[in-house]
Design a binder for this molecule. Structure first.
Ligand code: GAL
Length: 627
């Protein structure tokens, strides 16, 4: 009997300890609560597919040293489910490993499942195969779409549950997101949009995962979804419900880069100003988008015309180096704000506007040591502010943090960290050319140019996204025309872009791309069409599929509908649009996976490297030194 009692006692103790093992996450109208305590939280976006698993521990460590409490990431549906019900969670798509690295570093995670993500990611993260499902309309109250979305979201939720990655299970995930900025584009969807967002909320709730769900940029987010702010400044944002705390999911640390455009920059001072103003005005959690931007590997970049670099001018540069003074200036800001954490979220805020953009906020009472934030929103005038018997100098557009209301420990415009400029140096021991070992090989165009071996044939010009299902950036449209005699004619191709290369009888006659910001253009070229059969091969290429906007997924690409015409003398026109067109998806080198070919066989290595030579595969080998 005594033994029995001891056993019961042990079982009871075990049950109790397992019940308190995890972290409880909740919220009130003021803050996110971790184990019942209101918290100020700093978070930063690091998207796992934009770096390598080998880089993750170092990036996360640098984020922690920079004063972050959490790492935020999206989940990338079209990368994980490239074909319907065929999944990939390997390599830099190993979401679970990434979450565990965050956990090992002792940080929290914010998981933005979407599964629409925007993110300058190809097609905004939605798989192109969705377009093949009859009757499917994306991101609206449409059953086929909701079924697919539910299938993927459920897969991710089950995966993180199974791996005990949710905070209440002892894991790092404290917040989860459904959809992304739907509120920005909801209007054209009308009632169906509203029904869709309600459905998203119900779906999220149905998982009962006991961490708060957020919806960013969603002013009508149904309770208990917390609507959050994205932008360069979010101090004037107010959540749509008094029970929701003020959260900032995307503070843009810079911006993404587009081909042909300059590198975007945001000053560390301005970034720090925006953060300090957010906490002055009642914020509780702020996330840097991006903390590490990284690289758009392979064909993952959105678009059109977004670059492979996703550096973003973030506190960690594309390669994971600390970018100063941004990283250090923010670290100091985090330290300063954390010094007055209790005052900020438990004290009562009392703001006095002093005119000319000056304001003082004192957080006091409710048992806290008072803390103060002073702001000068004036963009041109520096100011001296008299406050509680002392003078404070506030440069224009700056905020000072006084954790004890007496001493300024931080001002957003006064940088006290090293400023460094990264210089790329070639290896001194080896000259550049031997450092990089180049080889090259021409793309095998023969099948496409001779009209052989099509993937499929139809009597129309089809949208490139529908025809290729995003298996490649490249799509060949091939047809023939039979003339009784040789003629000088003009080939005219109306295309929705993004790039067109035109060949007649095996010869490249011209190439063109959609000019800046446009999605369509007309290609025209004078050509000689021979008497007899002529083969016209048009290679259309996309440079990242669109990722943003209402109905963005319906934006066509390629020579959809054309028309494609041959225009002769006296406007004698042959419309080829309704011809029989053969389609070939992708390049020959892609099919052969030349990018994985580490051999030297059949690659050219001798002589001068061909430059400005289209349809050439280049391969380079290089030595990588860690020091
Ligand atoms: C936001 C969006 C992000 C990203 C950002 C710009 O509107 O939510 O996913 O696209 O813009 O970098």
């Amino acid at each position: 009997m005594a033994n029995c009692l001891i056993l019961v006692g042990i079982v009871f103790a075990f049950l109790c300890s397992s019940a308190v093992f995890g972290t409880q996450v909740s919220h009130d109208g003021r803050a996110i609560l971790i184990d019942g305590q209101r918290r100020v939280l700093f978070s930063g976006s690091i998207h796992y597919p934009r770096s390598t698993p080998e880089m993750w521990p170092d990036l996360i460590k640098k984020a922690k040293e920079g004063g972050l409490d959490a790492i935020e990431t999206y989940v990338f549906w079209n990368a994980h489910e490239p074909q319907r019900r065929q999944y990939n969670f390997e390599g830099n798509l190993d979401l679970v490993r990434f979450m565990k690295e965050i956990q090992n570093a002792g940080l929290y995670a914010i998981l933005r499942i979407g599964p629409y993500v925007c993110a300058e990611w190809n097609y905004g993260g939605l798989p192109a195969w969705l377009r093949q499902i009859p009757g499917l309309q994306m991101r609206t109250n449409n059953q086929p779409f909701k079924d697919e979305m539910q299938n993927f979201v459920t897969l991710i939720v089950n995966m993180v549950k199974q791996e005990s990655l949710l905070a209440p299970q002892g894991g790092p995930i404290i917040i989860t997101q459904i959809e992304n900025e739907y509120g920005n584009i909801q209007w054209p969807y009308g009632d169906a949009g509203k029904q869709y967002i309600n459905w998203c909320a119900q779906l999220a709730e149905s998982y009962q995962i006991d961490v708060p769900w957020i919806m960013c940029q969603q002013p009508d987010a149904p309770q208990p979804m917390i609507n959050t702010c994205n932008g360069f400044y979010c101090d004037s944002f107010e959540p749509n419900n008094s029970t929701s705390p003020k959260l900032w999911t995307e503070n843009w640390t810079g911006w993404f880069k587009a081909w042909d455009k300059p590198d975007p920059h945001r000053l560390a001072e301005d970034l720090a100003f925006s953060v300090a103003r957010f906490f002055q005005s009642g914020g509780t959690l702020q996330n840097y988008y991006m903390y590490h931007g990284g690289t758009n590997f392979g064909r993952t970049t959105g678009g059109p015309y977004i670059t492979t670099t996703y550096d973003y001018d973030a506190p960690l540069d594309e390669y994971g180096n600390i970018r100063q003074p941004k990283w250090g200036h923010l670290k100091n800001l985090h330290d300063a704000i954390k010094k007055m954490e209790k005052a900020l979220i438990y004290g009562f805020a009392n703001t006095t506007e002093l005119g000319n953009g000056l304001s003082v906020t004192k957080f006091s009472d409710n048992g806290v040591v008072p803390g103060c934030i002073l702001a000068n929103k004036n963009k041109t005038d520096d100011a001296t502010l008299d406050f509680e018997g002392a003078n404070y100098s506030l440069p224009a557009w700056s905020v000072s943090v006084l954790p004890d209301c007496k001493q300024e420990v931080y001002n957003t415009a006064k940088i006290n960290v090293q400023t460094s400029i990264m210089v790329k140096k070639s290896n001194q021991a080896e000259a550049e050319p031997t450092n990089l070992i180049w080889s090259w090989k021409p793309e095998n165009l023969s099948e496409a140019l001779h009209g052989d071996a099509a993937d499929f044939t139809i009597n129309m010009l089809k949208d490139q996204i529908l025809a290729s299902v995003d298996a490649s950036d490249y799509l060949w449209y091939i047809t023939s025309v039979n003339l009784s005699q040789t003629q000088q004619m003009r080939l005219q191709v109306n295309t929705t872009g993004h790039i067109l290369h035109a060949f007649i009888n095996g010869d490249l006659i011209g190439s063109e791309y959609a000019p800046n910001g446009r999605f369509s253009f007309v290609f025209e070229k004078e050509v000689v069409i021979q008497g007899g059969v002529n083969i016209i091969s048009l290679l259309s290429a996309t440079v990242g599929l669109k990722n943003y906007g209402a109905y963005y997924e319906l934006m066509p690409a390629g020579i959809v509908g054309g028309p494609v015409k041959l225009i002769g003398n006296y406007n004698n026109t042959i419309d080829l649009s309704g011809n029989t067109w053969s389609y070939k998806v992708g390049l020959d080198g892609e099919k052969k996976q030349l990018y994985l070919d580490y051999s030297n066989s059949s690659w050219h290595t001798e002589g001068r490297l061909p430059k400005m030579s289209p349809f050439t595969w280049y391969k380079v080998k290089f030595h990588y030194n860690l020091d």
